[in-house]
Unconditional design. Structure first.
Ligand code: S3P
Length: 175
């Protein structure tokens, strides 16, 4: 476990657009550091016993955001966990404040073209259903970058996941 976490008892949160690799990187970091891993979407699906797609379809986005808010605030109340937050979680001011107070936040930044490649076949992202993926991602990025850029650490994750992991580990351990 990195020193600073054992001292401050903080979580590590991962933020970024859909497809930026938060869950994959988070799981690896958790394994490496012997910490628990949580993914806010997975927790939402467990609690509601419904898929994210179905929640959007049956109840709409505002209802999803309400549950997301509760789930993310609860997860951030934990200690020494790695938490992958859904791409839109940072739109909620309470979540943003909690990220700041209770976690060391890492933004995984990925080029838009790369994100489009990664997301063009996704069926798990209700916001990307029946839309032009490029213009949707452009809009989401435009509206969210101000919040993503407030992270404690910004790491590019355009290609090699092992490189990304190495950079994060070095930053965390030697900071
Ligand atoms: C969303 C991102 C998704 C999920 C939901 C909405 C968003 O999570 O929470 O589909 O608003 O960007 P991932 O970022 O883990 O894909």
């Amino acid at each position: 476990m990195p020193d600073y976490i054992s001292i401050k008892k903080k979580n590590i949160s991962l933020i970024g657009l859909m497809g930026s690799g938060k869950s994959m990187i988070g799981k690896h970091l958790a394994k490496e550091f012997g910490m628990k891993f949580y993914d806010s979407d997975v927790e939402i699906e467990k609690i509601t016993k419904k898929s994210i797609n179905l929640i959007f379809e049956e109840y709409g986005e505002p209802y999803f955001r309400e549950i997301e808010s509760k789930v993310c605030l609860n997860l951030l109340n934990e200690k020494n966990c790695i938490i992958s937050l859904g791409g839109g979680a940072i739109l909620d001011k309470k979540i943003r404040n909690k990220i700041k107070s209770d976690s060391y936040c890492i933004y995984l930044k990925v080029k838009i073209d790369e994100l489009i490649q990664r997301l063009k076949k996704t069926t798990r992202r209700p916001l990307l259903k029946n839309v032009n993926i490029k213009s949707k991602i452009d809009t989401l990025y435009k509206n969210r970058k101000i919040y993503y850029n407030k992270a404690n650490l910004i790491i590019e994750n355009n290609g090699n996941k092992n490189e990304t992991l190495d950079i994060i580990k070095k930053k965390l351990i030697f900071r």
